[in-house]
Design a protein around this ligand. Structure first.
Ligand SMILES: O=C(O)C(=O)/C=C/C=C/O
Length: 487
């Protein structure tokens, strides 16, 4: 698979290599993977202008079925280069090959196909209003594109999350300017090739690489012609974007941070709960906004559960992406590892008992130049400890006992975040009762990160604004008008 040594921009249907370059470093062994072009203010402005112009071009005359057909062609194009995309995603993130093959790529393809099909199936409202004079009002909904959408994607699930936004945005007739994370630019560059080869009209999809403040991210969110920003990432970046678009009162869709809890009751299926909590804490090396970082276990099974979770964590294999049986890759970068390690140190200062982990592994090979950390479990911290309140975004969780529903509900809700929660119990009456009272956007019961793309997805409090998924995405990416006709 030949991945370009230089990842270009893609503006108005043309690949551009002019501009400052930045290095893309492997988190597996620290070697230079490739470089990407950092878009400057003028290039971002041209991308946004191209997107704005494209709305008045052929794309503006595409019917919904024609847009859907083109999105299926894009999905076909990704499928046809499945291995290239897997290699790009694995190179940038260091994730296990099997994870890219079973999650990232299938979801990227599904993200286009699902919203192409939902757009075609979309039915809008109408209603009749009898008038006192015997007349009738006929009301119906008209759905138009928002316009130019800025899509800013994170580095933890680069292609999955970029396409999760692109699918509905394009299905609803918008044009987009995308800025992938500077940590993971490679798969987005491949997607530009697929868009070009699928015949997506020039200006409909544009790609700018770069950073946030003072770089492409800021230039994009401040561009006057954008109508909306769809962003997944840290809460404080979300706040900065809100400020950038406030004067223009732009639409925003935010899927932000979390400090997600798992609650394990004594009646839970013990082995399923241990496996589920180990997965929700360490999946993708803890780099998913939905990952568990707070575990609450009912006291009668607490000691047994801690021992079982410790054994699970210590059984996880850290390795090269293509190693047989590898469970965890590295964190996305040395810089992110410094952040996670700072919490490892903070936990000790705050008085944590380290059940397992809390340090970097010593491989004695090239991986020591990477960004690996050991899966880590703490206990013994008070609920107000920073390590129990702040998002760490690594393979780490704090585990604490609880005695009753009301206590654990209060503790789970005592968080500035409100994204996801996993409840492990066989008392489904209790599960349904608690699910309504947990202040999050997504509750899993005896499961975690099980997805139906039609369901509402997003968080409350600092975890975000709005919902993605199914009709929620179609509505966000539409300008909906009502027409009222006197008959
Ligand atoms: O699975 C999804 O659709 C999704 O949005 C995942 C988000 C994870 C964020 O870290």
């Amino acid at each position: 698979m030949s991945r370009p040594a230089l990842l270009p921009l893609y503006i108005n249907g043309r690949f551009e290599e002019e501009g400052q370059r930045f290095d893309n470093i492997s988190p597996v062994d620290g070697r230079l993977l490739n470089q990407a072009v950092e878009a400057d203010a003028a290039q971002v402005a041209r991308a946004v202008q191209a997107a704005s112009d494209a709305l008045q071009g052929p794309w503006g005359r595409y019917s919904v079925p024609e847009r859907a057909a083109l999105l299926h062609k894009v999905a076909d194009g990704i499928q046809a280069r499945f291995d290239d995309f897997v290699a790009a995603e694995v190179a940038d993130t260091g994730r296990p090959l099997h994870l890219a093959r079973t999650l990232d790529l299938p979801r990227a393809i599904a993200n286009f196909r699902t919203f192409a099909d939902l757009a075609v199936a979309q039915v809008d409202d109408c209603c009749e209003t009898p008038q006192a004079d015997g007349g009738l009002l006929f009301n119906y909904t008209v759905r138009k594109p928002l316009g130019v959408v800025a899509v800013i994607a994170p580095w933890n699930l680069p292609l999955l999350l970029l396409t999760w936004k692109l699918g509905p945005a394009l299905a609803m007739g918008n044009t987009v300017v995308c800025k992938p994370s500077e940590e993971t630019p490679s798969s987005a560059a491949l997607l530009a090739e697929v868009m070009y080869n699928a015949g997506v009209p020039a200006g409909v999809f544009n790609l700018v690489h770069g950073f946030g403040p003072g770089s492409a991210g800021e230039f994009l969110t401040r561009a006057p012609q954008i109508s909306a920003v769809s962003f997944t990432g840290e809460s404080r970046t979300g706040s900065a974007i809100m400020k950038a678009v406030a004067d223009g009162v732009k639409d925003i869709s935010f899927e932000l941070g979390g400090k997600n809890a798992a609650v394990v009751f004594a009646d839970a299926d013990f082995d399923a709960a241990v496996a589920g909590v180990a997965r929700s804490s360490f999946f993708n090396t803890g780099q998913v906004c939905l990952c568990t970082e707070r575990v609450y276990v009912e006291r009668p099974i607490f000691d047994r559960f801690v021992a079982a979770l410790k054994a699970r964590a210590e059984g996880l294999k850290l390795g090269y992406p293509d190693e047989d049986g590898v469970d965890l890759g590295p964190l996305v970068s040395r810089q992110h590892r410094e952040k996670v390690l700072s919490y490892f140190a903070l936990a000790r200062e705050e008085g944590a008992v380290v059940i397992t982990g809390g340090e970097t592994p010593q491989f004695g090979d090239a991986r020591d130049q990477g960004a690996y950390v050991r899966p880590t479990i703490w206990t013994g911290l008070p609920d107000h400890a920073r390590c129990v309140r702040e998002e760490i975004f690594g393979p780490v969780c704090h585990i604490a006992p609880f005695d009753d529903e009301e206590e654990v509900l209060r503790r789970v809700n005592d968080s500035p975040y409100g994204l996801a929660c996993a409840l492990w119990t066989q008392r489904l009456d209790r599960a349904h009762r608690l699910a309504r009272r947990v202040q999050v956007g997504i509750v899993w019961v005896n499961a975690w990160y099980a997805r139906d793309l039609r369901t509402p997805f997003g968080g409350s409090k600092l975890s975000g604004l709005g919902r993605e998924g199914g009709r929620h995405s179609l509505d966000f990416y539409s300008e909906i008008s009502n027409v009222c006709v006197k008959l």
